[in-house]
Design a protein around this ligand. Structure first.
Ligand code: SAM
Length: 302
């Protein structure tokens, strides 16, 4: 059995960096600040049960294995998906005799199915794949509900996920996540907490499952399409954007340009309960997620 207590962050990072040169294209900025790792694990206990032998964590991009080390110390089962062969060889060298607790998969985390029965996802995400990974997390969660997700992401991206820093952070990314999660921003992680240091600061972000009564019958695809369509021209009035049917409308069951145009002839002249009377003349960022949900339901009903 590996002596987990003999390993530490600095040692793991040094051992890996002795054998490879970090690649920017893979977002290889390794955490060297233990307080960030401790905080990531602590958040899990605050938002759900503490990690224990009943937990099954997915880590995307374990790299040197510093975050993996703390997850393993909790007794949780860990599946770690890493694209970089040198990192995988390193992880297999440092974490030996942990077969029943740790599975290391050499693969692009965007490809293929993730294991069944995951309870948590904890990851210092490679920033290049942040958006598609979130989509994959959301799809996984719809089939197998997760307890809690803790991610380290670029600060500006984290603010857009949580839509917490002024109306300008509202957008399709946060709207889509809002369908399934409460998204909260946790501590700021300055660039000097990584080696090599990235050019921007990062942020811990926490996603906890949300059940929203207002979404019981919502057409999720239509909600996403409408918000994306309107936010693609932030300065345009909602009326102007909605007057034109969204691209790829045909991909949504029973929707086509003709139905859209007929629906808009009515809706753009109607008041909708829960929305300001002048809603068509507002800009997309003036509406909050619940208002977009009400608007989507109205459109679906036509
Ligand atoms: N978890 C480590 C840490 O916190 O120090 C490393 C995080 S580093 C920001 C991102 C890691 O993701 C790197 O190890 C990189 O090789 C890996 N990675 C990049 N793209 C990936 C992908 N598509 N699938 C899986 N791993 C990926």
């Amino acid at each position: 059995m590996s002596l987990l207590n003999d390993l530490d962050t600095r040692l793991l990072v040094d051992l890996l960096r002795d054998r490879m040169k970090p690649q920017k294209s893979l977002g290889q900025h390794f955490l060297v600040d233990d307080s960030v790792i401790t905080r990531a694990i602590e958040i899990v206990s605050e938002k759900s049960n503490s990690l224990n032998s009943d937990s099954h964590v997915l880590e995307i991009g374990p790299g040197p294995g510093s975050l993996s080390l703390e997850i393993l110390k909790s007794g949780a089962k860990l599946t770690a998906i890493e694209i970089d062969m040198e990192s995988v060889l390193h992880l297999n060298r440092v974490f030996t005799d942990l077969e029943s607790q740790l599975t290391i998969i050499e693969q692009d985390a965007l490809i293929g199915n993730w294991p069944q029965g995951l309870t948590h996802i904890i990851s210092n995400l490679p920033y290049q794949i942040s958006s598609p990974i979130l989509e994959k997390i959301q799809n996984y969660h719809l089939k197998t509900p997760l307890c809690c997700i803790v991610l380290l992401v670029q600060e500006e991206f984290g603010e857009r996920m949580a839509m917490n820093n002024g109306y300008h952070t509202r957008g399709p990314l946060g709207m889509s996540l809002w369908l399934d999660f409460d998204v909260n921003i946790d501590r700021k992680v300055p660039s000097n907490c990584f080696s090599p240091a990235p050019q921007v600061n990062s942020r811990l972000v926490v996603l906890t499952p949300a059940s929203r009564e207002e979404l019981v019958d919502i057409n999720r695809k239509l909600f996403r399409l409408i918000t994306k369509h309107c936010y693609s021209n932030r300065r345009r009035k909602i009326r102007t954007s909605l007057s034109k049917s969204p691209k790829r409308l045909n991909r949504i069951n029973n929707w086509h340009k003709k139905r859209w145009n007929l629906a808009m002839e009515e809706i753009l002249n109607e008041s909708i309960e829960g929305l300001p009377d002048d809603w068509p003349d507002l800009r997309p960022e003036d509406l909050g997620p619940i208002e977009w949900a009400l608007l989507t339901s109205k459109i679906s009903s036509k």
